[in-house]
Design a protein. Structure first.
Length: 559
């Protein structure tokens, strides 16, 4: 549901600057709104943004010329966010709620590999008149009719005369992908589509697709998708172009701290947890998301326990010896849910304890002030005096006293929230085969789950369509959430931003050390890419050709 706002076409821009830690919204800047954006965003990077990306992003922001016109100014701010290669950390420019091109809901693409060669393949087509929210554009019918000439499994070789793999490589830098695998997969949606605001869209009025099938060329008009209702918000809250009021998220509570979601997912997530499929002694289970989409924390915990108890019961059947957990395209969700699902495969007889994912905060005065605000808010509004924030406050004070860059790692999920009642019979230690299937769209809480399963030796094999998961290792906060708590002032000009606040740290070497998830992800034990025929099959099930290929590779020790 969260949408990515991209800068113009394939053009790369740059910015650099100097450091200034003072948060002074009244500094001498000719455009007051631009000045406030510069100082607020720079303060966020100085004090809250947790990852060390090897540069000085706050200085880069302060170097942006505040006298630029609106479009250039916001593009320059956005460039600094692109440089982070962090899909949790995004600047949203003033949205006019329109998009242009070929909508991913109508045409989705996947990467296949044939004889060691990458190919871009049509993975799905939706040419119904209600496939996207359209607002009466008379050209929509021509757009749909053009798309209907394509087939699932078609290999695209060129777009407007440009080699499609070269085009994919050029667009990687504006996808927020944390590693090369994530950049590549995220780029697929933006080869012919831009979703966003004041920037210039590609000038192409049409896309000419060259196909392997008979050397065909198919012309698809570049369509504009416009929502006239998007400009009605005068408070600066960013609205999305493809959603009704009922679909817009409600105001978050402090439960956001349990979230590890992707704020700019490419496609709408199907909120679904598939039933376990079983054949002989093998089971298959697909998890599309860790987001239960339940705002009430008690109800969310009840639903998590219901799902986990059902899994535990079914996996305790004595005739099962292998399970495939399919996490491909899982954009994240509940941190607690991911921890507890991993705990399900922990053997109580292990000589090492189970470690939920841990985090650290950047040691800054601003972070200490923010944690104190959360602590006061929780005590005054939620009347919860047994607060996690009290521990975080002490951690930050300890880090300041010792001169550490970060706080010491602490569990994201508190001990009382880790469910220890499962029978845990389906474990690697109990000679069960646990196969985790993933790709470079496994992000955030999904990254978390895969890291725990590998780093604590709970899985038999991690099998990937790509070499690494997406590498999104943080708990994300939106600026708007801080505004709602009256902690900060709203950004001007209908702008918004999200940022990584708590950096995930996974225990390794039997708990004696940590590794960062951000930018790295988790490496698969073996990479098994899809073929064109497997993409054409269009199904994720135990009996699909691809899943059977994965199971055979593990059982025959080819992985």
């Amino acid at each position: 549901m969260k949408k990515l706002i991209l800068c113009s076409s394939l053009i790369l821009l740059s910015a650099c600057g100097k450091k200034n830690n003072e948060f002074d919204v009244n500094s001498v800047i000719t455009n007051p709104d631009h000045g406030k954006v510069i100082n607020t965003v720079a303060y966020m990077f100085d004090n809250y943004y947790v990852h060390d990306k090897g540069g000085n992003s706050a200085a880069d922001i302060r170097k942006v010329n505040n006298s630029f016109g609106k479009e250039m100014f916001y593009n320059k701010i956005e460039e600094v966010f692109f440089k982070q290669k962090d899909a949790h950390t995004v600047f949203y420019k003033p949205s006019k709620c329109f998009s242009k091109g070929v909508h991913p809901n109508n045409l989705s693409l996947e990467l296949a590999e044939e004889n060691g060669q990458k190919k871009i393949v049509v993975a799905s087509l939706n040419t119904t008149m209600h496939s996207v929210k359209n607002f009466g554009d008379k050209d929509f019918i021509n757009y749909i009719l053009s798309l209907s000439q394509l087939r699932v499994g078609d290999v695209i070789t060129e777009i407007n005369g440009v080699n499609v793999l070269q085009a994919l490589n050029k667009i990687k830098t504006i996808t927020y992908g944390a590693n090369s695998n994530a950049e590549e997969l995220r780029s697929l949606n933006y080869l012919m589509y831009r979703n966003g605001a004041i920037h210039e869209f590609p000038s192409e009025d049409q896309f000419v697709l060259s196909l392997e099938r008979g050397g065909r060329k198919i012309r698809i008009p570049s369509h504009s998708f416009i929502d006239p209702n998007c400009n009605r918000d005068e408070k600066g809250i960013r609205l999305q172009s493809d959603f009704t009021d009922d679909e817009l998220p409600s105001k978050p509570s402090l439960n956001f701290l349990k979230k590890g979601y992707n704020p700019i997912l490419d496609n709408d997530i199907v909120k679904k947890y598939s039933n376990i499929e079983k054949f002989e002694n093998i089971a298959y289970f697909k998890i599309s998301t860790f987001d239960l989409d339940i705002n009430d924390d008690d109800k969310a915990r009840e639903e998590e326990n219901r799902i986990l108890y059902g899994l535990d019961t079914k996996l305790s059947q004595i005739d099962l010896d292998t399970i495939v957990i399919d996490l491909r395209n899982n954009g994240g969700g509940s941190i607690r849910f991911a921890d507890n699902l991993a705990r399900l495969f922990y053997d109580k007889d292990s000589k090492y304890p189970f470690y939920p994912m841990e985090f650290r905060l950047k040691n800054t005065k601003g972070n200490l002030e923010l944690v104190n605000k959360f602590l006061a808010y929780e005590r005054n509004v939620l009347l919860d005096f047994a607060s996690e924030y009290a521990f975080w406050k002490q951690d930050l004070e300890d880090a300041a006293q010792n001169g550490w860059q970060y706080t010491k790692p602490r569990a994201l999920t508190q001990d009382y929230e880790i469910n220890k009642v499962y029978r845990s019979r389906f474990t690697k230690l109990n000679n069960k085969k646990i196969i985790i299937l993933t790709n470079a769209k496994c992000f955030s809480a999904c990254d978390q789950f895969v890291a725990i399963m590998k780093d604590q030796n709970l899985a038999t094999k991690i099998v990937g369509e790509n070499k690494f998961t997406a590498g999104g290792g943080a708990n994300v906060i939106s600026w708007e959430l801080l505004v709602e708590k009256n902690f900060v002032e709203r950004l001007p000009g209908n702008t918004e931003m999200t940022f990584s606040w708590r950096d995930m740290q996974s225990r390794i070497h039997n708990g004696t050390a940590h590794r960062a998830i951000e930018g790295n992800g988790t490496q698969a034990d073996c990479v098994i890419p899809k073929t064109i025929e497997e993409i054409k099959e269009k199904t994720d099930s135990l009996n699909s050709k691809y899943i059977q290929k994965v199971i055979s590779a593990v059982k025959e020790n080819k992985c």
